[in-house]
Design a protein around this ligand. Structure first.
Ligand SMILES: [Zn+2]
Ligand SMILES: [Zn+2]
Length: 176
């Protein structure tokens, strides 16, 4: 997928967080460890239980923004998420590409996570519209996604769900 036109790949982290299984005790730590490229090298990714709960709340807020069905709802939920952010942006080319980081580099993991997620998500919403966020239409999947297609025609979280649904629809037609 091409997030370049979105000015921010941070929305990718927001979507991944909203779709992650954070229920197990080490769910949040495992999520952070598997997305460690988003954190300043050397940041401790072991959260206290209370910080882990806050990270899970952030995930729920991202999901709530994606599920919102009206602009007032989007605004309320997005602003709730933004209230958790402590942006202090800086430009960097640590990976070869010039881009912005939203949280101060020495911030604790929870602050880096919440700030990056809130800023990345809100940037897409205000620049491209909240309709770009959605929940997967495939049966049995409730993952959220950001629609980066040119004509905003996306309905599934992934190619896997899209082809699974195509096959199911084909079989249903065969039967009838
Ligand atoms: Zn970076
Ligand atoms: Zn799906």
């Amino acid at each position: 997928m091409d997030y370049d036109t979105y000015g921010s790949t941070a929305v990718e982290l927001a979507i991944a967080l909203a779709n992650a299984d954070l229920e197990p005790d080490d769910g949040v730590s495992r999520f952070l460890a598997s997305h460690d490229e988003w954190f300043t090298p050397g940041t401790s990714l072991d959260l206290t239980p209370s910080d882990a709960r806050k990270a899970a709340d952030t995930a729920l807020l991202v999901r709530a923004v994606a599920l919102a069905e009206s602009q007032p709802d989007v605004l309320t939920r997005l602003n709730e998420l933004l209230a958790l952010a402590l942006p202090r942006p800086y430009a960097t080319d640590h990976d070869g590409e010039l881009h912005l980081h939203y949280a101060r580099p020495d911030a604790p993991a929870l602050e880096q996570l919440t700030t990056t997620v809130a800023m990345g998500l809100s940037q897409v919403v205000v620049q491209h519209g909240w309709q770009r966020l959605g929940v997967c239409s495939a049966e049995g999947c409730d993952d959220v996604y950001v629609d980066t297609s040119r004509n905003a025609s996306r309905r599934y979280c992934s190619n896997t769900c899209a082809s699974r649904s195509t096959v199911a629809a084909y079989r249903a037609r065969q039967k009838s």
